[in-house]
Design a protein around this ligand. Structure first.
Ligand SMILES: [Zn+2]
Ligand SMILES: [Zn+2]
Length: 137
């Protein structure tokens, strides 16, 4: 089983969401939770030890973008918490004619709703996984 389908990864994602105020793309403020991905700004020695601080939430498009920019050497790192890196991403999005969404009250409420939904979903998945493990043991 690959890491990205493991329970460790589910638990790490759950912790990250709980530690995050808004479940929203850090770069473009998109809120659709099906589109959100978890991006490592730095890796621990063992990926299973990933902490919330080592992850950021990005939509799949911004996630693709940051790795492209790094590959093209347009940015020095994939640390989108670095204002210079984030600026470069947003600049590229605007240059491409794509939207950066305004953080309106409506959007903030949506992001809070999404956070609840995804936390519940991940908790359920984790408890199911634990139960099925017990049966196997
Ligand atoms: Zn985005
Ligand atoms: Zn990434």
């Amino acid at each position: 089983m690959g890491f990205h389908t493991s329970h460790d990864w589910r638990r790490i994602k759950l912790n990250k969401i709980i530690d995050t105020d808004l479940f929203i793309c850090l770069c473009c403020n998109r809120t659709r939770y099906e589109w959100m991905q978890f991006h490592h700004i730095e890796y621990p020695e063992d990926i299973k030890d990933t902490t919330s601080e080592q992850l950021v939430i990005l939509c799949f498009e911004c996630h693709k973008l940051i790795h492209c920019l790094k590959q093209m050497r347009a940015v020095d790192s994939v640390n989108v918490n670095d204002p210079i890196v984030l600026d470069k991403m947003r600049g590229t999005i605007i240059h491409l004619g794509l939207p950066i969404y305004e953080l309106t009250d409506k959007r903030i409420n949506k992001a809070k709703e999404n956070k609840e939904k995804i936390v519940n979903r991940l908790q359920l998945e984790l408890s199911r996984a634990r139960k099925s493990k017990k049966v196997l043991d």
